[in-house]
Design a protein around this ligand. Structure first.
Ligand SMILES: C[S@@+](CC[C@H](N)C(=O)[O-])C[C@H]1O[C@@H](n2cnc3c(N)ncnc32)[C@H](O)[C@@H]1O
Length: 357
């Protein structure tokens, strides 16, 4: 077994990958009923406090004046005080009269806030409909929807707190003039990478028209209108139905994040996705593919944040997800050489760095 190499907290190995110890998680199972019930309420309280600006506030200040805060934001002071009191009961805040301060537990919530936005904001209707989906009375995509904007916001928050520095380290090693992001959401990531590489250009492909509209705003904000092009496109059309993307043949690095599993839903084309990707970007020398995997089941009696939600949400949506080994096999069969597999911040999430052969 190859010995682990650690650079700035990033583990990177040849054939062996040792997941960070944090991925084992701190939630001891079985979760007793009291913890489980309070967990449900506390995720909702944390999400509400985020929506009401408390995390942004405490990034800048070490205390908050309740009356003033409510007056400026036109909040119902009674409801807001109840939320703060719940936050205090959960051990996140100290409320003394009109003054609120965060406890040490706040910074951990801050780092992981993206998962609360993703889970509560994005998937609350899906989780709440689990029984009717199981009975076949309701179907995801028809009777039950997720909140796409909250999913995108949660992903962006998790990226900023946990993942960005890991990608940047890999990107720094690569030569590229044109980079493409598939399932690019609002094109934040492609803009950031192009901005930091003088002369580079970028493409951001996403199926969502509203995300592509927002991406135009991102491009303007980064002052990259001449260098980054958001394109509304179904990547499956590009891979399998002959849709041509102008500039695809100039792409030298293609990447996708939290999206590969969406391309693999149809078992009939699953094994063709990687060869089709290589064909769609014929001059790409490197593919950077990041995705969350199935949590390996073992002896652990603990759970990390996110994994249980990611697995259940995709089951309820009817979207299969994969183990790390299944992904690595898919790449091998598809003719990509795995340069390295890197733990990518969020639990059981990996960045696969792949070379075209
Ligand atoms: C979970 S989000 C990830 C967004 C972004 N890559 C990130 O990491 O924050 C998946 C994205 O893929 C897009 N998407 C889903 N299916 C797609 C398809 N067939 N073609 C292009 N984009 C797609 C969605 O609109 C969404 O923006």
């Amino acid at each position: 077994m190859t010995a682990p190499v650690s650079r700035d907290g990033v583990q990177e190995l040849g054939e062996s990958v040792f997941p960070p110890s944090e991925w084992r998680g701190d939630a001891k199972t079985p979760l007793d009923a009291d913890t489980a019930f309070n967990g449900f309420i506390s995720t909702n309280v944390v999400f509400a406090l985020e929506q009401l600006g408390l995390f942004a506030w405490f990034d800048e200040a070490d205390r908050l004046d309740v009356a003033e805060y409510c007056r400026v934001r036109q909040l119902d002071e009674i409801v807001f005080r109840r939320l703060l009191s719940a936050g205090e009961a959960f051990g996140y805040l100290i409320v003394t009269g009109d003054r609120v301060t965060p406890t040490p537990a706040w910074s951990e919530l801050r780092r992981k806030i993206g998962f609360f936005t993703w889970g509560v904001g994005g998937y609350h209707d899906v989780f709440a409909s689990a029984a009717s989906i199981a009975r076949g009375e309701r179907v995801f995509g028809k009777d039950v929807l997720r909140n796409e904007a909250m999913v995108a916001l949660g992903s962006a928050q998790a990226d900023r707190a946990l993942m960005r520095h890991i990608l940047d380290e890999q990107i720094a090693e690569l030569d590229f003039s044109v980079i493409a992001d598939l399932g690019s959401g609002i094109s934040e990531r492609v803009c950031r990478l192009v901005k930091s590489r003088p002369g580079a250009r970028g493409l951001g492909l996403d199926i969502s028209a509203s995300a592509t509209d927002l991406a135009a705003g991102t491009v303007e904000r980064y002052e990259l209108t001449d260098r980054v092009q958001p394109i509304c496109a179904d990547v499956l059309d590009v891979l399998f139905r002959g849709r041509r993307i102008e500039g695809a043949d100039q792409v030298d690095v293609a990447m996708s994040f939290m999206f590969l599993h969406d391309l693999l839903v149809d078992p009939a084309t699953r094994m063709d996705v990687i060869p089709a990707l290589r064909k769609a970007f014929p001059h790409a020398h490197t593919f950077l593919l990041g995705d969350t995997t199935v949590r390996p089941r073992g002896e652990d009696d603990s759970l990390p944040v996110f994994s249980s939600g990611f697995e259940l949400a995709h089951a309820l949506m009817g979207v299969p997800i994969y183990t790390r080994e299944e992904y690595e096999n898919l790449f091998r069969e598809g003719g990509l050489h795995l340069r390295r597999t890197i733990p990518f911040g969020a639990p059981h999430t990996y960045l696969f760095v792949l070379e075209a052969q």
